[in-house]
Design a protein around this ligand. Sequence first.
Ligand SMILES: [Zn+2]
Length: 188
Amino acid sequence: MDEVIAKIDDQEMLSRIEKVVPFHGYLSTGAFIGLQMLQIASRELDIKENERIFVTCETLNCLPDPFQILRGCTVGNKGLKILDYDKMAVTINKGAEPGQQIKGIRIYLDATKTIKYPVFHAWYMNERKVPHEEAISELIKAGADVYTWEFVDVPVPIKAKKDVRLCAVCGESFISKDGSDTCKGCSH
Ligand SMILES: [Zn+2]
């Protein structure tokens, strides 16, 4: 992997990789895709280094990690939302007042474009086992060329008052979202 990384001449990207590796455990192809998506979004939305961003990842696999370690977007601080669609796609936006619309960008890894990079395409479509080194090597060559993006309007949710109740079954407190008297743990 060191030989692959040595081909990168972008200092900013290199320092990002240095932070992602210990956090994620290694440089996976999915984490590298997240890094490239972050780079595209930062350019297209003019995101400054310390600006708070909100990210929706459409997969649990690898992709969320660069946003957590580099941008502090976590599930707990609501900076990171996961849609478990198993798609290599993210939507990124800056913050805005609740109730407003904010311009965001949805970026996905486009199979009609990865086809120009056969080794990487084979990894993406899982046609055969492709080592991360080889997949990332092609991604470095491809850069933004394998992604498609569009600008989207993202609604900023209004914070509703929390309806805290005691569960009719277990007696523990929970936030009722639909007027239910039973917590989700007891409703199954
Ligand atoms: Zn309960």
